[in-house]
Design a protein around this ligand. Structure first.
Ligand SMILES: [Zn+2]
Ligand SMILES: [Zn+2]
Length: 348
């Protein structure tokens, strides 16, 4: 089978390797679609402490059951599936205390074991036993289902933030995550959804995904514009979905009293520092939320939203053959694409 190996920083190699063995307690999956995630883009361009080269990335996987392990029941060859790639141990403090996304021993497809940047991959027995594989109806399109993984983290973050009816939500960053935040905020009943983004070309692409106001923050004063839109009170919620610290500062300024700020995006490893006006946090009684990871329940909610047609999946702007992964990275980095899906069986 064809598999795309990441062999070093910004180095990939298509290799012809044997199809993996199907484990007795797991499934062998023929990959139909695999999302090129922001974390893959980062791993490709700057590396990651979590991986060892060479590695087959890919954690947003949808495909067909190719083989069923001999001890497995309830699945058959040809079933369409999408899987939550993060397998918690079930035993550590966080698993026991209902925070499986923060498991100390979490195993993730494409990091801890080979992912979906290949024609086939194994869904291990632990995925089955923890209810992490979802059967997609035969007549449903598999490709958009890869968004369940992003949606899981977005749904979890907005559950924590308790985004509510009639609220004003500012979303900084208009990549796939920002576009999904806008859609989920709208589903929660937010009425003013302000999307802000440095790159005008990127912002122009996402006008149909739930936003009501759009601010090019490299050209306009974000704080001032939000104050104008909210009659000087400030926004209820601000979600920073980009790898930058400046919007944290702006967030504490543009929020109303008791507003909620969410740090959804990570910061560069070599410069993770952020500064915010502590007096604004103090006097306005602001609430600051970190957002990272999700549970199998969050993943299932993401899937249900997709299956019910509640998500505008046109945020998938490009579909490329697997070998074009570096081209996909470039398109994302330059703002040409919102979400890129790779297809291991597509001919160039
Ligand atoms: Zn992802
Ligand atoms: Zn655990």
């Amino acid at each position: 089978m064809k598999a795309l190996y990441l062999t070093g920083k910004a180095q990939v190699e298509m290799r012809d390797i044997p199809v993996p063995e199907c484990p007795d307690d797991g499934l062998l999956i023929k990959i139909d679609s695999v999302g090129l995630c922001g974390s893959d883009v980062r791993t490709y361009s700057v590396g990651s402490a979590k991986i060892n080269y060479p590695v087959i990335l890919g954690h947003e996987n949808a495909g067909y059951v190719e083989k069923v392990g001999k001890n497995v029941t309830g699945w058959k060859v040809g079933d369409k599936v999408v899987a939550n790639p993060a397998i918690p141990c079930g035993k550590c403090y966080y698993c026991v205390n209902k925070m499986p996304g923060l498991c100390d021993n979490i195993q993730v497809a494409g990091t801890s074991f080979p992912g979906g940047f290949a024609q086939y991959m194994v869904f291990p027995g632990d995925m089955l036993s923890r209810g992490q594989i979802i059967k997609v109806p035969d007549d449903a399109d598999l490709e958009p289902m890869i968004l369940a993984e992003l949606l899981a983290s977005v749904v979890k973050a907005q559950d924590d933030l308790k985004v509510g009816m009639g609220e004003t939500v500012v979303i900084v960053g208009s990549g796939p995550i920002g576009c999904l935040h806008a859609q989920i905020a709208r589903l929660h009943g937010a009425t003013k959804i302000i999307m802000a983004e440095l790159n005008k070309e990127r912002l122009d692409k996402c006008h149909e995904f739930g936003g009501t106001h759009f601010i090019v923050s490299s050209q306009e004063d974000l704080v001032q514009r939000v104050m104008e839109i909210t009659d000087g009170r400030g926004a209820d919620v601000c979600i920073v979905a980009c790898p930058s610290a400046k919007p944290h500062q702006q967030g504490v300024e543009l929020l109303r009293k008791e507003g909620r700020l969410c740090l959804f995006g990570g910061l560069p490893k070599d410069n993770p520092w952020t500064t915010m006006d502590g007096n604004l946090i103090h006097y306005k009684r602001l609430r600051i939320f970190g957002a990272y990871s999700y549970s199998a329940a969050d993943f299932a909610k993401g899937y249900e939203l997709l299956a019910a047609g509640r998500i505008d999946t046109r945020i998938i702007t490009h579909t490329l053959p697997l070998e074009k992964m570096p081209e996909g990275v470039r398109m994302i980095q330059q703002g040409e694409a919102i979400k890129v899906v790779l297809k291991p069986w597509m001919e160039e």
